[in-house]
Ligand binder design. Structure first.
Ligand SMILES: Nc1ncnc2c1ncn2[C@@H]1O[C@H](COP(=O)(O)OP(=O)(O)OP(=O)(O)O)[C@@H](O)[C@H]1O
Ligand SMILES: [Mg+2]
Length: 290
């Protein structure tokens, strides 16, 4: 199989990073999911990019989506807060629920969905505004009732572990911060509207190892208050942060060159790395994929 992925690290290396899991992660699946996908297919026009995905996301857990490039991780992630609506031709079939309610239901406002289920992108994308206004932006445009914007900005920046570094320059442009600081600013901006779920698409891929570890530490803190879904190419990162891990791969459809993403295996992270049920998972997490 052809793939352009950098080699994943060896299992032993990853095993050393496996951290403490959440109390519920002895169970195969979260018993009390905040979100769930059932039989989800995702299309771009006629092309079926993702087929038949069923997944549950636990409350106050971190769920990692891993797999080779093109297997549909970002596509699945974007379907969780209706970000795919913004891509022409993209279509989601099947059921995706948030707190038991279908997010693609006719009466559901996609903007409200995106407020409850926020997203942090691969490349930090602060607005060309002050640090303060970046954080205040979401609450302002969504018309959130806020007693003190100063307090909301401070608490969001504290929660994103950025306050101490920026408290004396809140009026400076967000674009003047380092890459790692910008990513934490984007996290502060996301949490300012008090979402329940935070989706992160390779949030550390352009950061150095120290900035990456800061974001990972931050994720451990954030999961006390939020449920997090992260896409990552970094096996150690999945092992370090995620309570559960879903491994996807792309299968070639017969008679066409199309490759459709499927969920191979979903389990507590420790199981995925130490004792995967599927050979393809084992090959991927141990770096033998190719
Ligand atoms: N906007 C789009 N329009 C058409 N096809 C798309 C679009 N975005 C993704 N695809 C296709 O859907 C499939 C899954 O892509 P996706 O970006 O979800 O993969 P990924 O697992 O996130 O890959 P990577 O690890 O490289 O980010 C690929 O075949 C891709 O070409
Ligand atoms: Mg992607």
């Amino acid at each position: 199989m052809n793939n352009t992925m950098p080699a994943a690290p060896a299992t032993d290396d990853v095993a050393a990073h496996l951290g403490e899991s959440s109390p519920g992660t002895h169970l195969e699946r979260p018993d009390n999911p905040i979100m769930a996908c059932e039989d989800v297919d995702i299309f771009y026009g006629d092309f079926k990019a993702v087929s038949n995905v069923s997944l549950q996301f636990g409350f106050n857990e971190i769920t990692a989506l891993i797999g080779p490039s093109g297997c549909g991780k970002s596509t699945v992630l974007r379907s969780l807060n209706r970000m795919n609506d913004l891509i022409e031709g993209a279509r989601v079939e099947g059921t995706i629920t948030f707190r038991g309610e279908e997010i693609y239901g006719k009466k559901v406002d996609p903007i409200e969905v995106r407020r409850r289920i926020g997203m942090v992108f691969q490349k930090a994308n602060p607005f060309p505004k002050s640090i303060y206004d970046n954080v205040a932006y979401g609450p302002r445009v969504s018309g959130m009732k806020v007693e003190s914007m100063d307090e909301l900005v401070e608490s969001s920046l504290r929660a994103a572990a950025l306050w101490d570094e920026v408290k004396d320059k809140l009026k400076d442009s967000g674009l003047g911060l380092s890459g790692g600081q910008q990513q934490r600013l984007c996290i502060a901006r996301t949490i300012a509207v008090r979402p329940d779920v935070i989706l992160m698409d390779e949030p550390c891929s352009s950061l150095d190892p120290i900035a990456t570890l800061r974001i990972e530490d931050l994720m451990h803190e954030l999961k006390q208050d939020f449920s997090i879904v992260i896409v990552t190419h970094n096996m150690q990162q999945a092992a370090r942060v995620a309570d559960r891990t879903a491994f996807f791969t792309a299968l070639s459809a017969e008679g066409s060159g199309d490759r459709t993403g499927v969920l191979v295996e979903y389990a507590p992270t420790r199981k995925i790395f130490d004792d995967p049920a599927d050979q393809r998972t084992e090959d991927y997490v141990s770096g033998r994929f190719g």
